[in-house]
Design a protein around this ligand. Sequence first.
Ligand code: PEP
Ligand code: MN
Length: 365
Amino acid sequence: MKVKKLDDWVEGHKKPMIISGPCSIESKEQFFVTIEGLKDTGINYIRGGIWKPRTRPGTFEGIGNKGLEWIKEAKDKYQVEIATEVATPQHVDLALNAGIGLIWIGARTTVSPFIVQEIAESLKGVDIPVLIKNPINPDLSLWKGAIERFYKADITKLGAIHRGFDSFQKTKYRNVPLWQIPIELKSEFPELPLICDPSHIAGKRSMVQEIAQKAMDLNYDGLMIESHIKPSEALSDAAQQLTPLAVKDLLNKLEYRDATNANRAFTDQLDIIREQIDQADREILEAIATRMNLVEKIGEFKKENNVAIFQISRWKEIFKTRPKWAKALNLDADFIKELYKFIHQQSVQKQTGIYKTKEKTKKDL
Ligand code: PEP
Ligand code: MN
């Protein structure tokens, strides 16, 4: 994928690229006063949603076309570039006519290949940046597919926004970040700018800073942060928006990391630690191989004695003791629980394989 670097589409770009502004444009005053508050914070794009795809009807679905006039006016008055979300080809036409500087595709749109295709085609030959939010469900292929559709429509100022994923489990996040998914995206498309939306991941103001910092620690290329002049009175996403002053404060407190460091002492030390990690990984794999050999042995033993593979009491015991052992070793108990789900799944699969092979051998005889 040959997309343009951020430097080619953000004038005077210095990392990270910042997009900030209200979740939704609600009134001319709210929009303009928010922009005034953000103007001197070194922000690259002002965000303002006017068509809001809400999960349920009856909530605020955006100010609609009225907002386009305010966008045009704000652009002239404050000399800023404005970004908005589009969800249909009609939105694209209207937004382009209003002189929009950047568009993004929302999480509820990315999930739908036909509409993504239509929007991508409606953008053919257009030179503004297009950012694709991750789909609401944790499906990397769907995200990649949407990005590829825009790429095939010759959009080269292309980027991705990580806004977290829907989860049926209750977590401290509104949308769980699952950082490994955007990291995988970045490893497949290293040139693709990756922007973090800590506001929709957090769902609450108090967590936006730490998520934004985590994105910087992971070398993201930019941030999209929702801001509102009176956050608690916002018509959408009131709990997660920051005042312009709080955005300024957040950006001042952010610590920026270098992508790498060419210093010899640093790279030598890095190599040493990486060698130790390689060795530790070999030992992990050897331990897993030992465990799987034992699983094979127990599988054969159970089969000979006509005992079922899965015994709930044993599984419960493993699930209880391993996180406890892990804790004593200063490991995160939840992480070990997840790891054991995979290990157990593989053990059951291996034993099932043994049962099947044996049956076949019997029949063959
Ligand atoms: C938004 O940006 O306000 C929005 C609706 O976000 P998402 O598509 O990430 O839910
Ligand atoms: Mn929002």
